[in-house]
Ligand binder design. Sequence first.
Ligand code: ATP
Ligand code: BTN
Length: 324
Amino acid sequence: MNNQTRIISILSDGAFHSGEELGKTLGISRTGIWMAIKKLSTYGLDLHSVRGKGYRFAHAVELLDSTKILRSIEASTRNKISNLDVFLQLESTNAYLMGKVNSDIDKANVCFAEMQTAGRGRRGRKWISPFGGNIYMSILRHFSSDPQMLGGLGLALSVAIIRTLQDFGINDVKLKWPNDVIWQKRKLAGTLVEMVAESTGPCRVVMGIGFNADLSNSVSHQIDQPWVDLKTILGEVPSRNQLAGKLLQQLFNAITQFEQSGLSMFAEEWRRYDAYSGNHVSLLLPKDKISGICEGIDNMGALLVRVADGQIQKFTSGEISLRG
Ligand code: ATP
Ligand code: BTN
């Protein structure tokens, strides 16, 4: 653990800790502590510094802990993971795993970050990822299926998020094609699947999940659409490690199910939560805009829209945005 990580874990109790106390615990000078704290402030952490009292976080933070997360999932799922890492800060968990070589291609690589400096959404958009309150995670795994068959994987992951929310008693959520989980018209979570199809051999797939648990942070105003977090829905934030474990379990269950039978096992469930089926919608294409009535998804995860001449058109491209 480096000094910054150690300071963060000491401050995570939300109480004041003086520079002197931190210095003694870490075995470094007060100036060293001050410099480390200054660096932490640039991460956008809500840190208070009060003369005569010391430093503290605005709120207590339950840091993610790989041992706790692994302990909370089923042994059979643990066996499918080669390693699970928790980072204090990454540019993007998806970017990190996209650049990683998996030594054991039969197993998955999982990573979580406490914050992301360049969290990404679809089509170059940003995922705002402040420190210590939410889940930013990715899974790297190889699939032997044809890349075209993987088109519906993101939708299966959204169903896994729905199932996780049900574990917390939340049922009134909706899905917006292709990758958004919505609560009362506000965005709660999103998935981002990125893949590299090798000319021979299996396809390397990175599955990223951003899930808002507690977004009451100074940077949340940067989100340019209505958003929500679990804290608002439940009135409290459940244990982040428990949430991470439940989510990981559901994701692995879904991945296994998807590998065996594709999207067919999920399509019905996805349709039950479809936010737009039957509604008038617009599709924003790179150079065009199409309007029509949303007819839901087909069994491969393509969006179906009844256009002006009454024909149903199918849309699969990642270059399309659906608007109500
Ligand atoms: P679509 O998926 O229909 O193309 P979208 O606006 O939902 O449209 P995405 O790429 O899915 O786009 O998601 C990125 C968008 O999500 C950002 O542009 C921003 O509006 C919103 N966003 C960013 N960070 C968060 C967050 N932490 N919570 C909720 N929403 C966020
Ligand atoms: C979206 O709605 O566009 C999807 C957002 C996905 C965000 C997650 S956060 C963890 C992973 N790493 C990233 O950079 N993006 C995904």
